[in-house]
Each structure stands twice: as C-alpha cells, then as structure tokens.
Design a protein around this ligand. Structure first.
Ligand code: AMP
Length: 287
C-alpha cells in the first residue's frame, strides 16, 4: 500500500524537510512547490504538501500515515501520536512572555483574569490550568508579539528560538511550556499497518542526519608515526590504514570523524608529518 507522507508546504520547516527527503533518496522530481502531492518515482510513497499545523490532525484521522512537523504542533493537537524520530532541526520552545515594563517576572505571579494572546490555545489553557490559574486565552493566528502593544492582551505565549523577535518587540520570556524540534510523527494505528515502510523511511532519514555531522578524512601519514594516528583519531574501530603503491614511506589513513573535530585532527596530523590531507562530506552513514 502506498505510504502517505505529510510534509510542511511552507514555513520554517519546509525547506529543510524537503532537503532531508531528497538526501534520503526519495525522488520528488522538479514539481516541488507547484504540486499539492507528489508520488515518489522510486518508492511507494506519496508526499502530501500540507500546513505543518494540520499534520497531527491528518495523522489522527488516518488521512496520512506519517508526517514531519514540530513537536509543538503535536502537543497543541492534544492527540496521542508517536514521535518516530527527532530530526535535530526546527529547535524552538513555546514560551510565556511579558512586556519589558511589566513587574511580572515569574508565571506564578500572573493573576487570574489576565489576557494571553497565542496561536496555541489548547496547550496554553492546559498549562495555566495546571498552575491553577484562570486566564483568558485570546486566539490569534500569528503576530502574537504585537498584541500587548495593541492592548489586545496582557501577555503572550509564542514560539521562541533565538529570542530576537521578543527583544525587538520589547518582551521578556518568563517561562517555557514546551521544548520543540521537527520530528517524524505517526500514529499507533498507522504504525501497526505500515511499520516496515515507516521504519525504512525513518532509518534512511536517520542515516542522513548522522552523516551530516560527520566528515570523511584521508591523509598520507609517514609509516614511522602510524601509532600516533590512533591517538589523534580515537574511535571504536580506529582508522583504516592502506599501504601505498611503491615504497614511499607513507601509508594512507582513512577515517570518519565528527565535523567538530576536523580542525583539531588536521592540525595534529600536520604536526606528525601527514601530507595530502583531504576531508569530504558523507551522504549517508548506515550501520
Ligand atoms: P511556521 O513556519 O510558522 O509554519 O511554523 C512551523 C513550525 O516551525 C512550528 O510549528 C515550529 O515547530 C517551527 N518554528 C516556528 N517558529 C520557529 C522559530 N522561531 N524557530 C524555530 N522553529 C520554529
């Protein structure tokens, strides 16, 4: 059966999601951005382009089997969905923020009857209920940050990543309701019927994520100092050492290293006389 996969059609998660799918080997052709759904040419997967915030609802209703959206949207939906894989992008948090001039600096001090503007009404209500506070939630579809300035609300609940938008609007963050990132989401029912297909896509995407943080390194190292290479490039299996044609006194060393280690490893390899050092991106890492 064709797997129906929901992907954000615009917004912050759109570009990176499509990049991940393409890198994971799902061929989407040239019509991305124009079509509302695309059948992958090389797999039994149909990609549906829908709003990130609708994806939990569509999964719950069985209209799609799996999708990529923010965990904040899953929390807001209130549905008991399954987080198949966290995707390490779209990091943000749903936070309570107050105007700079307000004396409130702790959510516990927010008074009953306060007006809170948000596009996350369900989770906001649940959060303040759990604190025993009876606030008035004002639903907006965006630009919550401007609402205190307009006098529409006293405070806001909105997504924050760097905090610069809050700062620009003279707001101060005083509490976090939920931490979020993009994730592959499904439901128990869809996983029962399509477990193998969903696992396969999730593991392809996982292999791309793993590879993104790694580099493939090659260097020619004097044979006399090969023992030092293991100290410079520690790892479970150690680097691969390959003899070079001719008796050059050098051997080729190949290894997969963390991208964050590239600078240190290159400078230490140079110190022990390594030559012809190359680093390359890795497309996928599969165990
Ligand atoms: P949007 O781009 O408004 O359609 O938001 C889609 C999703 O992107 C949200 O549900 C969040 O998971 C994520 N997101 C929204 N705002 C931010 C932000 N400021 N930083 C990082 N991710 C965000």
């Amino acid at each position: 059966m064709t797997l129906r996969f929901g992907v954000p059609n615009k917004g912050r998660l759109n570009e990176k999601t499509i990049e991940l799918l393409v890198k994971a080997g799902i061929e989407l052709g040239d019509d991305i951005g124009r079509k509302l759904y695309i059948k992958a040419s090389n797999q039994d997967v149909e990609i549906m382009f829908v709003r990130a915030q609708d994806i939990p609802e569509f999964i719950e209703r069985g209209a799609i089997d799996v999708g990529i959206t923010g965990l904040d949207q899953v929390a807001e939906s209130g549905y008991d969905l399954v987080d198949v894989l966290d995707l390490q992008f779209g990091f943000c948090r749903l936070s309570v923020a107050v105007p700079e001039g307000s004396s409130i600096r702790d959510v516990k001090d927010i008074k009953d009857g306060s007006r809170i503007a948000t596009s996350f009404p369900k989770i906001t209500k649940k959060y303040f209920d759990s604190l025993g506070k009876n606030v008035s939630v004002i639903v907006v579809s965006g630009a919550a940050e401007i609402m205190p300035y307009l006098g529409v609300s006293d405070y806001i609940v909105d997504l924050v990543s760097t905090g610069s938008t809050l700062k620009m609007n003279r707001l101060v963050e005083i509490g976090t309701i939920v931490e979020s990132q993009a994730a592959i989401i499904s439901s128990k029912a869809a996983l029962e019927t399509n477990k193998a297909e969903i696992d396969e896509i999730a593991s392809s995407i996982y292999s791309v994520l793993r590879a993104e943080n790694k580099k493939y390194l090659m260097a020619n190292v004097p044979k006399s100092v090969l023992d030092k290479v293991e100290e410079i490039i520690p790892g479970l299996e150690g680097p691969t050492v390959i003899p070079l044609a001719g008796n050059s006194g050098f051997a080729a060393v190949h290894a997969v290293i963390d991208a964050t280690e590239v600078y240190r490893v290159i400078s230490e390899l140079k110190k022990i006389g390594a030559k012809g050092i190359l680093t390359m991106p890795i497309e996928r890492q599969v165990d």
